[in-house]
Structures are given as structure tokens and as C-alpha cells.
Design a protein around this ligand. Structure first.
Ligand SMILES: [Zn+2]
Ligand SMILES: [Zn+2]
Length: 349
């Protein structure tokens, strides 16, 4: 097989973390759009909303009143998908119809008492408060006997199904290691055993050498559009030092994480001059008693927007039935994110 220019023809790229392929069709990037246009963002939310169940001092649906919190605030989700207090059990009707009990806990983290702020509009010190809270929660939840994995994530924007604009994230702690994480562990473990090296550490070194997919970086973290990105402006955030989880970061590294989260989310907002929707979350080593020397802390951001504040990518049709596909290349996406300012568009006015 001869080599080809990645920007010139349809091709597929391998995702070594998920062990799957993505179809890239760069020639389609200019095709006309006649589909759905989302309603454009309403005006700025107020600093405090009396009807918001996350604002300080307000009543939640479960009947509990929030304290007048001044920094980050964490509580058990009133409508938790997982509960810690059910017995262990199995339901095995046949080999093809199996179910197992799943214990766990779901927490909600309010990033700020301010209803109108997002990570992109908080200071580095304020975001570091969120990072510290994530670290404490990971440690506390992970040390509980029936918790093997702690998933920290943020679902932002109505387009992602998040109806409350109050800046908040979630933490789900599971009795079993969820499939997405298990899949990435298997790939990292296979690479580690075969090459005696860390997959994401090797990958980070390649990207730092090539530079064309980098978005922004500091001494402790690098944000890049991965070679195998599926979502148009998907990014991967990798720690420069190999650690398995957030609590292993020293205080300078936590500041570095806060700094890079701020800079990346500002770039996202500036891209289409909108409060950018996404699902962002960390992948960390499981919290069972096993060692995970192959595991490298990282975060994925999966934003749906494609061409403007209202034109989004859908994962339908071929993608549901066959494989993920993208039009603009990861190289074009990273170049667009790279050229943006790190001053938020609303601060400039
Ligand atoms: Zn609120
Ligand atoms: Zn991951």
C-alpha cells in the first residue's frame, strides 16, 4: 500500500484506546446543510435564580434546602441512579437473560454559588476549588468497600440534555468497572505488556513532537484533538506526568489542571461565540486493590457542535449501525481551536 495525504481522501483511523476505527471524509466538509437548526442561546442567565434547585439557600425537589454555600458544594443526587443500600444479588433466568445487582452512589458537585458562571468564566483559583473537591470525592468514594470505579463528569448545555444552566457536574461511583473504562484499561494493559510502556505517555510524546493536533498546554497538562477524534471538536486532556488518578496530582499540578480547563473551555466558548455544550469527564484507575501501572489519567471532551452555535453533529444512521464518521479532519479542528483567543468573548465587550 502506498501512503496518502490525510487531508485529501476518505480513510479510516484507528483509536488505540477504544480499539475501534473512525471513518474520516475530509472532502465532505463543505457540503450544504438543510437539516435542523437549533434555537440560538437565550440571553445571559442571572447571578441567582430563585427557581434553581442548585442555587444557595434554595429548596431541592427532594425537600432538602441547600446551605448558603460560597465555594463548591457537593450533595447526594436526590434522584440517584445508584444506591448504596441494596443487597447483593443475581437474577439469572437463562444464559441470555442475566442481571446483577449494582450498588453505588451518585453525587452532584456545584462548581460555584453563582448561577451564571461556567468553568470558562471562573478564575483559576475557583476552578482549583472544584479540582480539590473532585480529588476528595474520588478518595472518599473510592475507599468504600463496594466501589470499584469513580466517574467524574460534566454534562453542559440544553443540547446535551442538561436543563439547568447552574454550573455543576456529577460523580457516579460504581460497584463494577463500567464498560467504557474497562475497554480503555484493556487497551492500555495490552500495550503495556507488549511494549513495556504506557500507551498515553507514548502518544503524548508523539503529539508533542508533531504539534499539529495540539490545542494548548502548560507544564502539567496538554489539551489536543486526538488523531482518532470522532466528535468535530473533541479533545483529550493528558497529564504530563503519568498518574492514575486526580488525588495523585501535587498542588502545582492541580493548579495546572485548573489553568488548562479554563483555557480550553474559553477556546470552546470563543469558537462559535456561545456557551459551548459538551460532555467532559475524567478517566481514572479503578479503586479496587489492584495496581494499574499502565493507566494514565486523562479527560475526554465530547462537544456536539459542528459548524455554528446552532449546527450540531448527529450520531445516527451509519454511525449507529456501522462505525463513527467525521467530515472535518482532527488537524483542521485543532488548527481552528489553536488560533482562538484565551480571553472570553464576553469579557472583551
Ligand atoms: Zn442556580
Ligand atoms: Zn479515556
Amino acid at each position: 500500500m502506498s501512503t496518502f495525504e490525510l487531508s485529501s481522501q476518505p480513510h479510516r483511523r484507528f483509536n488505540p484506546l477504544r480499539n475501534e476505527w473512525v471513518l474520516v471524509s475530509p472532502h465532505r466538509a463543505q457540503r450544504p446543510w438543510q437539516g435542523q437548526v437549533e434555537a440560538s442561546q437565550a440571553e445571559e442567565p442571572p447571578k441567582y435564580d430563585p427557581d434553581c434547585y442548585l442555587c444557595p439557600g434554595n429548596l431541592r425537589a427532594g425537600g432538602v434546602r441547600n446551605p448558603i454555600y460560597r465555594e463548591t458544594f457537593v450533595f447526594d443526587n436526590d434522584f440517584a441512579a445508584l444506591r448504596p443500600d441494596f443487597a447483593d444479588g443475581k437474577s439469572e433466568q437463562s444464559e441470555l437473560q442475566r442481571a446483577e445487582s449494582e450498588a453505588g452512589r451518585c453525587r452532584v458537585v456545584c462548581f460555584s454559588p453563582r448561577h451564571d458562571l461556567t468553568l470558562a468564566r471562573m478564575s483559576v483559583a475557583e476552578i482549583q476549588g472544584v479540582v480539590d473537591t473532585w480529588c476528595e470525592e474520588f478518595q472518599q468514594l473510592g475507599s468504600q468497600p463496594r466501589v470499584r470505579a469513580v466517574q467524574i463528569f460534566e454534562n453542559r448545555g440544553a443540547m446535551m440534555g442538561c436543563s439547568n444552566p447552574h454550573p455543576h457536574g456529577q460523580i457516579w461511583a460504581n460497584e463494577t468497572v463500567p464498560d467504557e473504562l474497562a475497554r480503555e484499561i484493556a487497551s492500555q494493559k495490552e500495550y503495556y505488556e507488549r511494549r513495556n510502556a504506557c500507551l498515553l505517555e507514548d502518544y503524548l510524546h508523539l503529539e508533542l513532537e508533531q504539534t499539529e493536533r495540539l490545542v494548548c498546554a502548560n507544564q502539567h497538562f496538554v489539551a489536543l484533538v486526538p488523531f482518532w477524534a470522532v466528535w468535530p471538536f473533541e479533545t483529550l486532556l493528558i497529564s504530563q506526568r503519568r498518574v492514575g488518578s486526580l488525588p495523585e496530582l501535587c498542588s502545582q499540578e492541580r493548579t495546572g489542571l485548573a489553568d488548562i480547563l479554563r483555557r480550553l473551555t474559553i477556546r470552546y466558548d470563543n469558537l462559535f461565540r456561545t456557551s459551548f455544550p459538551y460532555t467532559m469527564g475524567f478517566h481514572q484507575r479503578p479503586t479496587d486493590e489492584v495496581a494499574y501501572p499502565e493507566f494514565h489519567l486523562h479527560a475526554h471532551s465530547y462537544p456536539p457542535l459542528l459548524r455554528s452555535a446552532s449546527i450540531r453533529k448527529f450520531m445516527v444512521g451509519y454511525e449507529m449501525l456501522a462505525m463513527p464518521q467525521r467530515d472535518i479532519t482532527p488537524e483542521t479542528a485543532s488548527a481552528r481551536l489553536r488560533e482562538l483567543s484565551e480571553t472570553h468573548y464576553l469579557e472583551k465587550a
